[in-house]
Design a protein around this ligand. Structure first.
Ligand SMILES: [Zn+2]
Ligand SMILES: [Zn+2]
Ligand SMILES: [Zn+2]
Length: 310
């Protein structure tokens, strides 16, 4: 009898472990497909120390900033930003997920009309993939920009992509496990407004602000916004002013890592650990200098890594 009971408990344990493993496996997650500023890394025309090592070693090259949001439950995934490196990024996604998902994403979210964030759409056109109605989500000015300027307008007229309007501060429910909140941030808005996204999943919340002028110019408090999420991918284009010769600090339209760290210096370790710096310019030592990377990490902050799952 005791033996039977033990056997029963053993099978119950196995069953529970199986369901636990299954439920954990089905949670949505984010994959980092690129971490560099619009120009990628190495950078066109740069022969300095920063890019020299990456020109000589392919394994050091980094794609332009992009994320994949993955839902294993529905076998869907969404791409954040269509970068000039989209070809490498779709391939990277495929290898990171062992080809378990459709090659093309269920939808693409785009923050703004600077070349690192949307020009990858051209690969979906007639000249290359000739895709069919890939949903592309943008704010209204960005949508109008794509509809009214070639070559993007051809993607719309040939139905390679299908544009969907996002409205500011609205919630878009992608399925029962995932919602997206779109908001605007101050940035050089020549052709479009600039969006940031909050990704809300059944397991984690993510903030994605790859480009913003300065935290002080935003009508929201970045510390409070970081407190509300688990992972915050934040604009880290430049580390500090030393990368930009002869420029005043307030003329540079990005928050330096040094400024962001200064802003967060009195927050506790848990808050600091939510910061994942991203969108590194080629001059930013966080891309190529181990000592600088360690200094930031020792302070409790994270540097986004290409290929990383969060
Ligand atoms: Zn950018
Ligand atoms: Zn460089
Ligand atoms: Zn930009």
């Amino acid at each position: 009898m005791i033996f039977k009971n033990k056997l029963f408990l053993f099978f119950l344990f196995l069953l529970l472990s199986f369901y636990k493993a299954k439920s954990q496996k089905q949670q949505p997650f984010v994959l980092v497909l690129g971490i560099a500023q619009d120009g990628g890394y190495p950078h066109l025309g740069c022969e300095k120390k920063c890019c020299d090592i990456a020109w000589k070693n392919d394994s050091l090259k980094k794609n332009t900033v992009s994320l994949a949001l993955v839902d294993p439950e529905t076998k869907s995934w969404w791409l954040f930003e269509a970068t000039p490196d989209i070809k490498e990024q779709l391939n990277l996604f495929k290898s990171l997920t062992d080809g378990g998902y459709n090659y093309l994403p269920t939808g693409i979210f785009i923050t703004h009309a600077h070349i690192g964030h949307y020009t990858g759409l051209m690969q979906l056109g007639r000249e290359v993939l000739n895709s069919a109605e890939v949903p592309v989500y943008t704010l209204p000015k960005m949508k109008l920009f794509l509809e009214t300027n070639g070559p993007w307008s051809q993607l719309v007229s040939l139905k390679n992509i299908q544009l969907f309007n996002l409205s500011q501060d609205s919630i878009l429910k992608l399925n029962s496990q995932i919602s997206i909140i779109t908001f605007t941030v101050p940035h050089r808005d020549e052709f479009s407004e600039t969006a940031g996204f909050k990704i809300i999943t059944s397991s984690k919340k993510y903030l994605f602000i790859p480009d913003i002028d300065k935290w002080q110019k935003w009508d929201k408090n970045i510390i409070k916004e970081v407190e509300k999420v688990d992972v915050a991918f934040l604009d880290a284009t430049f580390n500090d002013l030393s990368e930009l010769k002869n420029r005043k600090i307030d003329e540079v339209p990005h928050p330096f890592i040094s400024e962001t760290i200064d802003l967060f210096k009195n927050t506790d370790t848990k808050i600091k650990s939510k910061l994942y710096f991203i969108h590194f310019n080629h001059t930013n030592p966080m891309l190529w200098d181990t000592l600088s990377q360690q200094t930031i990490q020792k302070k409790g902050y994270k540097l986004s890594k290409q290929g990383e799952k969060l």
